[in-house]
Design a protein around this ligand. Structure first.
Ligand code: PPE
Length: 304
């Protein structure tokens, strides 16, 4: 695997990367229920630092609680294991993937008999939607797959199973010549990308959907804070795809995607067809924060 490192933390111990294995009758492999996080560590002038680690750990434990998985470690122990994984692999910059799943021991839909297992891996992962995407913006397709109804796939939980629809949408978008998919909910309101939250800009107002049917994005939250600090007007409200088609600017946010401009949706250029001024302003503020250059947001960084 590209970007692989040396060791993976699994159930309390570090194993060589190639030896972190599981049984084929792992419950989660069959029934799709696990909870995970995606976190980034940046190489700052003060050394390696993890962006909003505590918020990610909180969301991991919230996800587990929502779907009835009891994580067999105190949150602090898991958090320390995440930091230790970065240290033992001697990397300054990486993507971090903690996962909690139901292991081997019983089959059948009721997961309660299968043991809860935990791991954390780190690897080098560059720009999620390409360096070019970060600079020039990406092309997006409104998916033919419907975003989650919150009473079937609870979107506040970052569960592995929630990503089945994301995968369908992503493949459909890529095979249709686009970079990323945008999903609308059963009523036609815009939700999120396959792995990102969405923002629009219209007449200087920054707009993003409510949290009703989407993941509580930590990058979304950071961008909203940065926008507030810069005096940008914010509107959090539902909207359908027509507002995306007629927006002046649009962008995606996510740990992996960071802040990626959207330059086209369904063959229609967004605004001028180039990343807009507010998008670039917020992108620059975001990178200053994650890279530790913005002194006022050092509180978002945990030193490794
Ligand atoms: N919505 C979805 C569906 C989503 O997967 C993500 C993150 C977000 C919103 C943004 O959340 P946050 O990272 O807290 O700002 N997607 C993760 C998985 C990407 C992957 O391919 O794996 C991520 O960005 O790490």
């Amino acid at each position: 695997m590209e970007g692989a490192t040396e060791k993976i933390w699994m159930d309390g111990e570090f194993l060589p990367w190639d030896e972190a294995k599981i049984h084929v009758l792992t419950h989660s492999l069959h029934y799709g229920l696990g909870v995970f996080e995606g976190i980034r560590c940046y190489n700052t002038a003060r050394g390696a630092a993890v962006f909003r680690l505590d918020e990610h750990m909180r969301r991991l434990y919230d996800s587990a609680r929502i779907v009835g998985i009891e994580i067999p470690y105190d949150r602090k122990v898991f958090r320390d294991a995440v930091l230790e994984t970065i240290r033992v692999n001697r990397v300054n910059e990486c993507y971090i993937r903690p996962l909690v799943w139901r292991g081997y021991g019983s089959m059948g839909v009721n997961p309660k008999g299968a043991p809860v297992r935990c791991m954390n891996a780190v690897w080098k992962w560059g720009a999620y939607l390409g360096e070019d995407g970060l600079k020039k913006g990406i092309r997006v397709k409104v998916s033919s797959f419907t975003g989650h109804h919150p009473n079937s796939y609870m979107t506040k939980a970052k569960t592995t199973g929630n990503y089945v629809v994301s995968q369908m949408a992503k493949v459909e978008a890529v095979e249709s010549g686009y970079d990323e998919a945008l999903l609308v909910d059963p009523e036609g309101y815009v939700t999120q990308g396959s792995g990102e939250n969405i923002f629009l800009v219209r007449d200087g107002v920054l707009k993003t959907p409510t949290l009703d049917g989407v993941l509580r994005g930590i990058t979304r939250d950071a961008v909203l804070s940065l926008a507030r600090e810069q005096g940008i007007e914010i509107e959090i409200a539902s909207f359908a795809r027509d507002e995306v088609y007629s927006a002046d600017e649009a962008f995606f946010t996510g740990t992996a995607a960071e802040l990626t401009p959207i330059r086209e949706v369904d063959g229609r250029p967004v605004g001028s067809g180039k990343p807009g001024p507010l998008t670039l302003q917020l992108q620059s503020a975001f990178f200053s924060a994650v890279n530790g250059e913005d002194e006022s947001h050092l509180g978002w960084l945990t030193s490794v």
